[in-house]
Design a protein around this ligand. Structure first.
Ligand SMILES: NC(=O)c1ccc[n+]([C@@H]2O[C@H](COP(=O)([O-])OP(=O)(O)OC[C@H]3O[C@@H](n4cnc5c(N)ncnc54)[C@H](O)[C@@H]3O)[C@@H](O)[C@H]2O)c1
Length: 314
């Protein structure tokens, strides 16, 4: 039986990935420090009887190496998921991003685990509104989060070359859906719950990005692992369209009990320092490998707003 090890598997994307891997009949070990992830996210996965949960920290190389022994693939999803947090804690992305990724790769090397899958992000393309394909790495990241993803990718490529691992890197758009732990939709709905009269939005609302439904995200990750032809395979993963922040704000107000809340936009076209206001990714490479997302960006957002609203408002 394929035995998979998911670092950060109790989080938003990780818990959906665990469910998909279990549906395929695999064994799944979730390794998570539960800093953001929740045991309740794994309730569905537990029913399979093929899930092992290890509470541990990816910064602890010994614990990671011990727990990952005997597995055939590591999915590395643990990270600081929120780019904004790096503005206040400047070591966060270095530790939770770069060093945790080094540790996960090192655990794979020490245990002879053949496959390593890394959750990267479109932030590696930097501050450009130009649609980017996988080779368009001309402008450097502009956030500490993006910097850690860039460094993580370089580490994966180096381990592939030096230690003969097989590496799969997926650069996601913004991922949305049930159990979301951060991001604009959750932020907006929580703000509305705290003060129902108004919704303040960071930036002027013109920011726009490709939003990827979490079920498409995990299906794409597994497809990329299964179909990548090379030792190192890098794919953009997302829909080919995009959604504006203004549209998300409108949808959140409409899905909340506070339909008359006024939306107050900021003045800047950027949400916060380090935010990439306009992001576009070209997803042709993964399409050529046989994978297409099921949901457009607008549809993914619409579905996510509905599910997260019911989580926030009951
Ligand atoms: N959600 C998005 O929009 C998005 C977009 C692009 C890339 N990504 C990447 O996908 C991955 C998963 O993101 P997510 O949205 O599910 O975030 P998440 O915070 O919900 O999940 C991350 C999980 O990792 C765990 N974790 C964090 N640090 C850890 C550590 N040191 N040791 C062990 N566990 C640790 C957390 O408890 C959490 O369960 C991240 O690497 C993120 O950067 C996410």
């Amino acid at each position: 039986m394929v035995s998979t090890f998911v670092v950060g598997g109790a989080g938003f994307i990780g818990s959906h990935l665990a469910e998909l891997l279990l549906e395929r009949g695999y064994h799944v070990t979730v390794f998570d420090n539960f800093s953001v992830g929740k045991e309740e996210f794994l309730e569905g996965a537990k029913a399979s009887g093929r899930l092992t949960i290890v509470r541990g920290d990816a910064l602890d190389l010994d614990a990671l190496t011990k727990a990952s022994q005997g597995h055939s693939v590591i999915f590395h999803l643990a990270a600081n998921p929120e780019a904004r947090w790096g503005l206040e804690r400047t070591r966060l992305d270095l530790e939770q991003g770069t060093i945790a990724t080094y540790n996960a790769l090192e655990a794979a090397r020490l245990n002879g685990i053949a496959n390593f899958v890394f959750s990267s992000s479109g932030t590696v393309y930097g501050n450009t509104s130009k649609p980017c394909a996988e080779t368009d790495l001309g402008s450097l990241p502009i956030s500490l989060y993006g910097a850690s993803k860039f460094a993580g990718e370089a580490l994966v490529a180096s381990y592939v070359e030096c230690f003969k691992l097989r590496g799969t890197i997926c650069r996601f758009g913004n991922v949305v859906g049930p159990r979301g732990t951060h991001g604009a939709i959750l932020d907006f709905l929580k703000k509305l719950k705290a003060h129902p009269e108004y919704l303040d939005v960071l930036g002027n609302g013109t920011q726009s990005k490709p939003y990827l439904h979490v079920t498409d995200c995990v299906a794409g990750l597994v497809h990329a692992l299964d179909h990548g032809p090379d030792a190192l395979n890098v794919y953009n993963l997302g829909p080919s369209d995009f959604t504006s922040v203004k549209k998300i704000a409108d949808m959140c107000v409409a899905a909340s009990p506070y339909k008359n809340a006024r939306i107050e936009f900021g003045e800047s076209s950027q949400g916060w320092p380090g935010d990439v206001p306009t992001s576009r990714i070209i997803v042709d490479k993964l399409a050529s490998a046989g994978f297409r997302v099921r949901y457009t960006s607008d549809l993914a957002v619409e579905m996510a707003v509905r599910s997260v609203a019911s989580e926030v408002f009951g």
